[in-house]
Design a protein around this ligand. Sequence first.
Ligand code: GLU
Length: 574
Amino acid sequence: MCGIVGYIGNRNAIPILIDGLKRLEYRGYDSAGLAFFNDDKITLTKSKGQIKELERKISDTWRSKVGIAHTRWATHGEPSEVNAHPHTDCSDKIFVCHNGIIENYKALKEVLIRRGHKFKSETDTEVLAHLIEENLRYKPELAIAKSLKLIKGTYGIVVFFSDYPDRIIAARNSSPLVIGMGDNENFIVSDASAILGRTKNVVYMNDGEMAVLTKDNAKLFSYRGGSASSVNILKRAEKLDFNVQDIQKSGYPHFMLKEIFEQPESLTNSLRGRLIKKEGNVKLGGLENIKERLKSIDRLIITGCGTAYLAGSIGKLMIEELSGIPCEVGLASELRYLPNVDYRQNLAMVAISQSGETADTLAALRRFKEKNILTLGIVNVVGSTVARETDAGVYNHVGPEIGVASTKAFTSQVIILAILAIFLGRERGFLSAGKAKKIIVEIEKLPMLIKRVFGKKNKIKLIAKKYKNYNNFLYIGRKYNFPTALEGALKLKEVSYIHAEGCGAGEMKHGPIAMIDENFPIIAIAPEDSVYDKMASNMEEIKARRGKIIAITTEGNKKIKHIADDWLYIPKTL
Ligand code: GLU
């Protein structure tokens, strides 16, 4: 799922479109393209590779007041100029940019070819342009709605017609679209970062909605079902809560590093106004309305994908320990296929998603909503789909996370789950005020303790250099640090392309230890906590097989020198 930018107004659309695409570059893409209207005709320009390549093809003299643009991440058909979006119909009158996947495109394409349509690309997206062409006897909005009825899959689309240059039409199903409303100009983008600094008035579109943008108006209606029903767009308008600086690298070589170093601040923002130390309690405004219902919950299910799932796995342990509520955690990509389980218990689901748009998380959430189960969200992007579709929730407030590998969102998800655990424990009378207070005192110190870890960056670099040529790594941990081990392995794979696995340290002897030799370094997450002795035994077993050990342990642990090859100290906390 990549980037969409559309503009209609009085200014030159071309630099606005290009600038918007650049703001979405962080999402990754393999090609880009744009279509704009000028002198009674549409110009279509596409390019494989970077936006720079596309810019080279654009003349400074080109002017337009309306256009659509796209960065593509190929799902159907190789990355190439022809496969880049926008895609067109046979008569080159309809221009479509699409994020997502049209699952039944093959069957639709066969029918369209039999009806005489000529396809130019290998993409799934192009069927949409030809389907709309089939329906062109209707007005554009209806032609699109009729075409979408035939489509199975996910989409955020923007469509532009050469015969109707006064409007851009957009529609969504499981792929985000945001309308930006300015003075005599309107924007449609797949991610609000693309319009930062241009307008703060935004409307997040819902699934099943279509938007028609003209230069001085934006209309929204739901197009599914019999007749279209219009939505009061002004009532839905929200203020964007971040700034242009938030999406700049601010001197760091890349966003991931910037976001790692932002953690003391981002955690402070996640916690702001939520800890009531004096009372040994926490305040979560987003859960106020469902406080009573939460008291009677018998069981919780946490869901998410990737990092959010792993944060949830830590959350499960905290919730069970501090609130006594039995809690499970499930991968959203699996939970979405939940059979018709007959839930007799009073169940609640917690869906975790940084963007609030993760397709599998949404699908799992909706599966539980169908069963009338109470749903909560832990979401960073204000107004996103998970935030809108859950009954209640807590925002992370960490600002935009641009780096593809999650960092500051992960630590924020863990801290929000920690305070959720305190909240539930206190509400249900399971956790004493005294114990909660002790935990809160430690939580408050975290931003400062994280800064202390940053002081070790040179040592961390040295260790990274020493081990950079190994092809395999194993991360191990127990209890709270078992999910941390999995998260560590996930980060290493994603960022360095080195094979890595995470394993519960207690599972080593049941198979994984067979892999260990001097060429297979182990990262042992072994703070001096309740399971340290067991971790120490695991490290001895590894040493006996000549495995190299990099230990992460708490300051003051002198014994580590006798077991590990290298070690990093982290400050002690609860
Ligand atoms: N499925 C479409 C394609 O392969 C859209 C991919 C995207 O979301 O960028 O062209």
